[in-house]
Ligand binder design. Sequence first.
Ligand code: GCB
Length: 591
Amino acid sequence: MKKNLLALTVLLVSTASLFGQTFMQNPYGRGNVQSLNGKWDAIIDAYCRGEERKFYLLKTPQKKTDFVEYSFDHALQLNVPGDFNSQLPELKYYEGNVWYRRKINLTEQNSNRKFVYFAGSNYISTVWLNGVLIGKHEGGFTPFQFEVTSQLQQGENNLVVLVNNNRKVDGIPAMNFDWWNYGGILRDVFFVETPSTYISDYKIQLKKNSSDLIQGYVKLDAAISTQSVELAIPELKIKQKLTTDEKGLVRFEIKTKPILWEPSNPKLYGVTLSTDADMVHDEIGFRSIETKGSNIFLNGKSIFLKGVNFHEEIPQRIGRAYSESDAVMILSEAKALGCNFIRTAHYPQNERIVRIAEKMGLMLWEEIPLWQGIEFTNPIILGKAKSMLQDMIYRDKNRAGIVVWSIANETQPSVGRDKVLIDLVAKTREFDNSRLVSAAFDNAVFNNDSSCFQLNDNLAKVVDIVGINKYLGWYMPFPTEPERINWKIELKKPVIISEFGGEALYGHHGSADEAQSWSEEYQEELYKKNLVAFKNIPNLCGIAPWVLFDFRSPTRLLPNYQDGWNRKGLVSDQGLRKKAWYIMHQFYKTK
Ligand code: GCB
């Protein structure tokens, strides 16, 4: 009974914390971390019987008349991290319940606190340890953790996770989206041990618009009195003793002159935070990003964002990207194109991608999955979106590479939508006022009389940068010759073309003026014409074509050309560059 009460309390904390801070900063930079990656036992529960049958209790027959119709022993095994859809042909289109089991062996008893940390699992994850419910998390693209100190026992422990990836009307994203709904435990899982009071969070960045004042805070979890923390950045000769308040929080400012992070010199400094009992190491860059009038300034210098979009997907292997080598492969192709900027579409991608992009000198736009078709009138949406936004910013606030937080993609103005998104813009600035806030709009319309694209959207008035998604030559014909197209979009702010493009099957050749030729020539011509049309955007500060690689989407159904793939890639699913790649590459060389 006591145990159940405890379980209930823990569950309430974790679901309630859906709207608060839920996980430790940077498990990658801590000492006592054990990877739980590998083969996990799995049960495909297509008819959702597992909760009622209590799979998490791992029942076995107790007497001669008993039998049990499930078992994790000798069951299917799935790789973690990894989506389940790409691991078995019969799971390709699967949306539903999959149960995972991982044993954790505890050999020594110690007084450390213990946590299980999930870097990302899509979409709803429910976790039990030794038959006791320890928490539930909604959302596929941000981390979550549960403390398991009191549930763990000496010897064998069974961690059971139910992951459900059904699309939901009130989900984010919702029922329809143009990418594969990869389900399962998509990212790293860690077993982390910490002292009773540990360094749970920190922010170490330049003060907004400053180049010589490092500002931030350190937060200790479960502090019972003031405590000292040392902040060391040896290369800057910084070794500072800080003292937290009784709640474990200390804020600081340090005058120093770091070499600033920028694409041509992505300088990162080794940073160590330590207390008597705990230590975290990170690599942190310092830079400023701001807009003035219709320009974007990085470290005080005006900059053009030479970008590209990509999904968190490895087309060649088919499946979600999760490893360091996946990240290097994707990002190297972006670098080869000549990019200094990435729009990670349409959700926070894994932390490895973010960190490696930063190391390679790529600026990043990071976005929450508020993608078309969201039920803005449902009051639950704002809470979920806020929580995803907060978790994204919370995870990546120390990354100098991140310059833009984006709150949405292609949402249509309405009273409900404006209320939610304008509130989210304010929240973003409250969580982190040192970066720029944006959203991608697909509702700029062409006014024939003035040969001009215009955008009338209240949301565009409150963001720092306006992202325009415009598929000239694909979803809409060119309304006039490209050079005669004008643009009057929030003229006092920077605009970036956050998406444009069209489909072509790699190696397929045909007419350059028929969309239905699905040819490289058509896509190449479309790129040439779009780049001409964009020259007339007076406040243009960046471009990000849609998309770097062909990616899988169940909505792309044309046989022979699509077969379940969105073919707008500049690079094919096999990693081969299409003709349009060379157009974009040349364009970036001249910028
Ligand atoms: C868009 C969406 C993107 C789609 C793309 C397309 O406007 O933002 O998610 O994949 O168009 O290919 O239609």
